[in-house]
Design a protein around this ligand. Structure first.
Ligand SMILES: [Zn+2]
Length: 341
């Protein structure tokens, strides 16, 4: 692929809608925080951690992910983690990000809910004030845990809602998908919707198309995170296309977790060409080998995406974001200007 197309990708303004902030913990920071907090890690060096990044499936990644998250303990830790992500996002021309965070990963270790919120939100507010970086927070429930646990998490976070009303706008569902269908969380999602939260869920990554149907029908989500296995169900494909339901696809994550063996086999282009509202995202960039531009560049090369398709992918990111028309307009205008160059 020509350098000019790569430059074009770098210049496109972007929105990232599928990013787990804990998944942006780079090994260097993992070691620095472990030292700062006196936490011992099951790895002797940064190199050893990187070597452990040879995942065979979602679970092998989650095991390392939860071990790494143990170094996050103080408000400053969450602040530093979030700031590091913002710096990388800005370098990739990401203007708006909707960050997932997993309070249960931290509260189970005794870290207060308020600490998690204060650290992430403090960094996002600073980034907004100093660099105009736009963001929102989406609290995710860990689906391998019970719905009661999810309810307790929501209840524990609600007292903080007013204080973080500018950022905390929604709830999501992540972690081990297979065996934990959307229906398991029907009641807690109903409660979240009743409270006025935007709702999203991971579905159809490793789980079957039935999980995507479940996320739509039972959880009534407004976006599907991943959703790549929807392709196995033609009726579902038609439904997703007709409703304009966004899919937050994460190509390098799918490659690293063996959802596809080769990026050239990824169905992102087919989904896009079938009329689905596909977006590109980095998921857990520290673990999966790349932030936004790395995902765009690798996908563009592997699938021979056209300039028009790249613009469409970037545009979908803004249209699928939980923003008002007024908020997204300047970025869409800028995108149009870059596309017309
Ligand atoms: Zn994810």
């Amino acid at each position: 692929m020509t350098h000019s197309l790569h430059d074009f990708i770098r210049r496109l303004p972007k929105a990232e809608l599928h990013l787990h902030i804990e998944g942006s913990l780079e090994p260097e920071m993992m070691f620095a925080l472990a030292q700062r907090n006196g936490v011992s890690l099951p790895y002797a060096s940064v190199g050893e951690v990187r070597a452990a990044y040879n995942f065979t499936d979602l679970q092998s990644f989650l095991d390392l992910y939860y071990a790494g998250a143990a170094v996050l303990q103080t408000e400053q830790d969450f602040h530093d983690l979030t700031m590091a992500y913002v710096r990388r996002a800005l370098a990739d021309n990401v203007r708006h990000a909707e960050l997932f965070f997993d309070p249960q990963t931290h509260t189970v270790r005794g870290v207060p809910m308020a600490t998690v919120f204060a650290g992430i939100a403090g960094a996002l507010r600073q980034a907004r004030a100093e660099q105009g970086f736009s963001s929102r927070m989406i609290l995710c429930f860990l689906r391998h845990l019970s719905e009661d646990d999810a309810f307790a998490t929501l209840e524990a976070a609600l007292p903080l809602r007013a204080e973080y009303a500018d950022l905390w706008i929604g709830v999501g569902l992540d972690s081990g998908e297979v065996g934990n269908p959307p229906e398991k969380f029907a009641r807690v999602f109903a409660r979240a919707r009743e409270l006025g939260f935007r709702v999203v869920a991971h579905a159809g990554e490793e789980g079957p198309p039935a999980y995507v149907h479940g996320a739509l029908d039972v959880l009534q989500v407004e976006r599907i995170d991943h959703g790549v296995r929807s392709e196995e169900d033609p009726a579902l494909m038609q439904r997703l296309a007709q409703s304009g339901m966004p899919l937050t696809v994460c190509p390098l994550s799918n490659l690293k977790l063996c959802v596809v063996k080769d990026l050239r086999e990824h169905n992102l282009a087919r989904l896009l060409r079938a009329g689905l509202c596909v977006t590109i995202n980095s998921d857990d960039p520290a673990y999966f080998g790349g932030y936004m531009n790395a995902n765009f560049l690798a996908t563009a090369d592997a699938l021979e995406l056209s300039r028009e398709e790249l613009v469409e992918l970037a545009r979908n990111g803004f249209t699928a974001a939980f923003l008002t028309e007024e908020e997204r307009r300047p970025w869409l205008d800028e995108l149009q200007a870059v596309a017309a160059e």
